[in-house]
Unconditional design. Structure first.
Length: 258
């Protein structure tokens, strides 16, 4: 395993050197550890590349100007692939990572072999909602966002069944960089790929959480209908389906990539 903080991104790359590369992109407010279950299951078959989104984990922070764009987040991925001399990867992103994947499928299509977009949308939430959240964080820090995270991320049944895991993830969010989180909120406020997703040509799998209140089944079906020949997988989970339904998520991912 290689874990490196480079000038561009903090990343982990492990698995057989000659295996195809599978790159994972995490959701807002989480780190590359979000994919530990998938990495553990798949690293004997794939070279697993995980990274912390800008402003998250050990990746470089955000300047005092405090704003990012989806294009910048997508270009971070391209720059990391260039740095690692990886021409093309299978890309799997969830939530914010999913819309980064959509951007790559549109604007860096030559770098994507297969694309998995989980619990995401061509337009996530509303511009006003994201700007309001960024303002809330600037005024009050991360506590208000963290306090409601479990209910956005997971079903009540999963929260009751796995309190230690859920509490740990909420704690990590509470310690996320407020500036980094708010900057990504601003990127999501302006991100709208509803007209462009028809340009995606890479084989694509859309994953939805049946109980997801953030990016709904309708959002997923929108993508499926507009991306040519896209596959669809619906899981009994809320927003972080790769955690709540990890076995089914991993099985669906393996089937699609085979």
């Amino acid at each position: 395993m290689t874990t490196t903080r480079s000038a561009s991104m903090s990343y982990t790359l492990d698995g057989p050197p000659e295996a195809p590369v599978l790159m994972f992109s995490n959701s807002l407010g989480t780190t590359m550890s979000l994919w530990e279950s998938q990495a553990r299951s798949l690293r004997s078959h794939y070279r697993i590349l995980r990274y912390d989104t800008r402003g998250h984990g050990e990746s470089p922070g955000v300047t005092a100007a405090g704003s990012l764009t989806l294009a910048q987040l997508g270009q971070d991925v391209v720059d990391l692939l260039d740095q690692l001399k990886l021409d093309k990867v299978n890309f799997c992103g969830i939530s914010m990572g999913g819309i980064i994947g959509l951007w790559l499928g549109i604007y860096a299509a030559d770098r994507v072999q297969r694309l998995v977009v989980a619990n995401s949308a061509a337009k996530i939430g509303s511009e006003d909602g994201w700007r309001s959240r960024a303002e809330q964080i600037a005024e009050n820090g991360m506590d208000g966002v963290a306090d409601g995270a479990a209910g956005r991320w997971f079903t009540p049944e999963f929260i009751t069944r796995t309190p230690i895991l859920v509490d740990a993830m909420v704690s990590d969010l509470r310690h996320c960089s407020p500036r980094g989180y708010a900057a990504c909120c601003m990127a999501l406020a302006d991100a709208d790929l509803r007209e462009e997703v028809v340009r995606i040509e890479a084989p694509t799998l859309i994953v939805a959480g049946r109980h997801d209140p953030v990016t709904t089944v309708s959002d997923a079906r929108f993508l499926q209908e507009r991306i040519a020949d896209a596959d669809y997988l619906e899981l009994a989970a809320s927003h972080l389906s790769n955690v709540e339904a990890s076995d089914a998520f991993t099985a669906g991912l393996m089937k699609f990539l085979a």
